[in-house]
Design a protein around this ligand. Structure first.
Ligand code: CP
Ligand code: NVA
Length: 308
């Protein structure tokens, strides 16, 4: 049966660690110019309904480094953008491609694509999930901290795609995540409910607070994301106001562990969710995280597309 990557919570802890291990190995091989054409002759289609720098380029380069090809399919240019049903697009593209990565708004569209496609589907970001990013975050955290289990993660900001994926990834690998969001912007009830169920089977935990200071105390890893996500541009004024105190800055960093690392999925808005000073202080970590998108996604592609 084909495998998809639609949500982090679809993966077991073992599957997550397997992807990280393979990503680490492929990173080593790439850095040492060792070729690994595991997906020779395979083609990935990449449907984008939202903008992207990292996801688009890292998937495309990843496929090339694996010996395959990638097709950039902007929804503006394919018939899906003019109303062709996803179910039809899925059945057609499955006859040409060996896998499809999609970045879109609604999680149910990705699920629908997966339902009708006979090739693996990879979620490249929806309003609700960003699994590839979070797997790259885990790889980065493990590289810097040499472990995942037992670490304290602090997320400050909006509770949408990044947080949802981070919550499940953290709980699965045994990290303790505290999410600080303003009232009205905390994780949805169904996410919290699912997280509580996940906690029962795994070693990690989730805590939700309204104070960024509380979340930052003794943190090993601090993570943030934009206040205004793609598709929320009309709410920018209101959001910039509501999120004012939800910033990673020097005061917040003083509460965290001395050797805490800072991650940001990018693009970053200086002086909004993170100060320019803290961003630059932690730029090595943040850009390693961006690089790790490439390595971890190659691992995902190999895991999903090398067998049929
Ligand atoms: N972090 C991330 O997904 O970046 P892009 O929007 O540039 O793909
Ligand atoms: N939350 C952000 C993530 C960007 C990679 C957004 O959805 O725009």
């Amino acid at each position: 049966m084909k495998k998809d990557l639609l949500r982090i919570n679809d993966l077991t802890k073992e599957e997550i660690l397997d992807i990280l291990d393979l990503g680490q190995q492929l990173k080593y091989e790439t850095k040492h110019s060792i070729e690994h054409p595991i997906l020779k002759g395979k083609t990935l289609g990449m449907i984008f309904e939202k903008s992207s720098t990292r996801t688009r380029v890292s998937f495309e380069v990843g496929m090339l480094q694996l010996g395959g090809n990638a097709l950039f399919l902007s929804s503006r240019d394919i018939q899906m953008g003019r109303g062709e049903p996803i179910s039809d697009t899925a059945r057609v593209l499955s006859r040409y491609l060996d896998g499809i990565m999609i970045r879109t708004f609604f999680q149910k569209d990705v699920e629908n694509l997966a339902k009708y496609a006979t090739v693996p589907i990879i979620n490249g970001l929806t309003d609700d999930e960003h699994p590839c990013q979070v797997l790259a975050d885990l790889l980065t955290i493990r590289e810097y901290k040499k472990k995942l289990n037992g670490l304290k993660v602090c997320f400050i900001g909006d509770s949408n795609n990044m947080v949802n994926s981070l919550i499940f990834a953290s709980i699965k690998v045994g990290m303790h995540i505290t999410v600080a969001s303003p009232e009205g912007f905390t994780p949805k009830d169904e996410i919290i409910k699912e997280a509580r169920e996940t906690e029962k089977q795994c070693e990690g935990s989730l805590q939700i607070v309204n104070s960024p200071q509380k979340a930052a105390v003794d943190a090993d890893v601090l993570i943030t994301d934009v206040w205004v996500s793609m598709g929320q541009e009309e709410e920018a004024l209101e959001r910039n106001n509501v999120f004012k105190e939800f910033q990673i800055n020097d005061e917040i960093m003083k509460l965290a562990k001395e050797d805490a690392i800072v991650l940001h999925c990018l693009p970053a808005h200086r002086e909004e969710e993170i100060t320019a000073e803290i961003f630059e202080k932690h730029a090595d970590e943040i850009f390693e995280e961006a690089e790790n998108r490439l390595h971890v996604q190659k691992a995902i592609l190999v895991k999903l597309m090398s067998e049929k």
